[in-house]
Design a protein around this ligand. Structure first.
Ligand code: S3P
Length: 437
């Protein structure tokens, strides 16, 4: 799909954003592993949500979908009937994780403990992403993993099969900070005999740990080290906060536009996800947070953003795990700053849904930014005005949406190819763009 976006004159919006994608995945998977029935409300919408629900149903979990409306805005709920961590049934078809790395990596940890064989498949993008990072610890725990196309387990990609069974605990030091890898090991660890520990270089998002703890798991966190023991989970109703990674697009729009005021209610404020707020505030954004609350260990609040004058900053490894999904949109913010921005230590971006360093630099360069790709990030210099041009999403939802926001801020018309990929995490994104265009 091709989407044309022109510069917006003024923006005064209140935007409801769907539930957090990371928390939705965990709410579905952990409640499927738990005992009891739970209602998960304000579930994320999008293709990734369909992947996690489809794969859990293939594993025998009964899940019922319901939609309610608040002010014409649809609120999705799922009732999940958990059968315990050993209650899954042998899937009769491959587990199709679509575009979702979170679905594939978390589910691998679940099926590693089941007494049957699962085949995990994904779309073209997911089939290129590295799975050794989860295969290695799962094999150490006793799972048998066979690659279907890859030459060896060291460069394993989907499709692959997991022959699960009884697992043993491990002490694992992960070379990467990744919540997907951590969660995979914890979900296998909760089924394993003994005490599993997981350590990562910098702390990644901790939604899994918070939810496991709320559901009764024997889990302890000490900075970057987590310990988990075999435990029985109890189903929990969950009200999911709105996704800060989706809200980030509007925060940057509000900060960079000359005449904007945007209100974003009920946004998730987990401290491992609020790097976007820290970075924008350091850049000089006019941003306030109101009505803070907490539900199931996950903080939330309303965010108000107004036009501001931004300055450039240096972004490095200390904050990268907290803004891992927001770097493309922060790069756009840097194009409106009055001094240089350097983004480094962000090589993980090269193995996301696309090579996000290349895709971001390519798109913003075509719009006229003074931006240069480096091995592990990019450098953005001030002074260039953005002007519409033909740009592409590289099949990546976050790149498509960053370019949509760029279109609202650029002179003339921006033509975005592959705009349909926004539906992976934000199906009504283009409707919201049209309202502000
Ligand atoms: C996610 C973790 C992040 C993030 C992804 C969602 C999760 O990946 O990029 O969009 O829900 O665990 P890594 O932690 O593997 O970098």
């Amino acid at each position: 799909m091709i989407k044309k976006v022109t510069k917006s004159k003024n923006i005064n919006s209140k935007l409801r954003i769907a539930g957090d994608k990371s928390i939705s995945h965990r709410a579905a998977i952990l409640n499927a592993m738990a005992h009891g029935t739970a209602e998960v409300t304000n579930f994320c919408v999008g293709d990734d949500q369909e992947s996690v629900i489809r794969t859990l149903r293939s594993l025998g979990t009964k899940i019922i979908h319901k939609v309610n409306h608040i002010d014409d805005y649809p609120i999705h709920s799922f009732t999940i009937h958990g059968n315990g961590s050993k209650g899954f049934t042998n899937p009769t078809e491959p587990l199709d994780c679509g575009n979702s790395g979170t679905c594939m990596r978390l589910l691998s940890g679940v099926v590693a403990g089941q007494n049957f064989k699962s085949i995990l498949i994904g779309d073209n993008s997911l089939s290129k992403r590295p799975m050794n990072r989860i295969a290695k610890p799962l094999i150490q725990m006793g799972a048998k993993i066979n690659s279907i196309n890859s030459e060896s387990i060291d460069n394993i990609t989907a499709p692959f099969e997991i022959n699960g069974g009884d697992l043993n605990a491990i002490q694992y030091i992960s070379p990467v900070s990744s919540a997907q890898v951590k969660s995979c090991v914890l979900l296998a660890g909760i089924q394993a005999s003994g005490k599993t520990t997981f350590e990562e270089p910098f702390k990644s998002r901790d939604h899994t740990e918070r939810m496991l703890s709320a559901m009764g798991a024997k889990i302890k966190t000490n900075k970057n080290v987590i310990t988990i023991e075999k435990s029985k989970l109890t189903s929990q109703n969950i009200l999911i906060p709105s996704d800060i990674s989706s809200a980030a697009f509007w925060m940057v729009l509000g900060s960079c536009h000359d005449n904007a005021e945007i209100y974003l209610p009920n946004i998730g404020l987990n401290p491992n996800r609020t790097g976007i707020l820290e970075v924008l505030i350091e850049m000089g954004a006019n941003l306030t947070i109101e009505n803070k609350k907490e539900d199931m260990g996950e903080p939330r609040g309303d965010i108000l953003i107004k036009s501001s004058k931004l300055k450039g900053i240096t972004i490095d490894k200390n904050i990268i795990p907290k803004i891992i999904d927001e770097i493309p949109i922060l790069s756009l913010a840097a194009c409106f700053a009055n001094s240089e921005t350097i983004i480094k230590d962000a090589e993980e971006l090269r193995i996301k849904e696309s090579d996000r360093i290349k895709a971001t630099v390519d798109g913003l360069y075509k719009l006229g930014a003074n931006i240069k790709e480096t091995k592990d990030g990019m450098i953005i210099k001030p002074g260039n005005k953005l002007t519409g041009n033909k740009v592409e999403s590289y099949g990546d939802h976050r790149i498509a949406m960053m370019l949509g926001i760029a279109g609202l801020l650029s002179e003339g018309t921006t033509v975005i190819e592959g705009a349909e990929h926004a539906s992976v995490s934000y199906p009504n994104f283009w409707d919201e763009i049209d309202k502000n265009n």
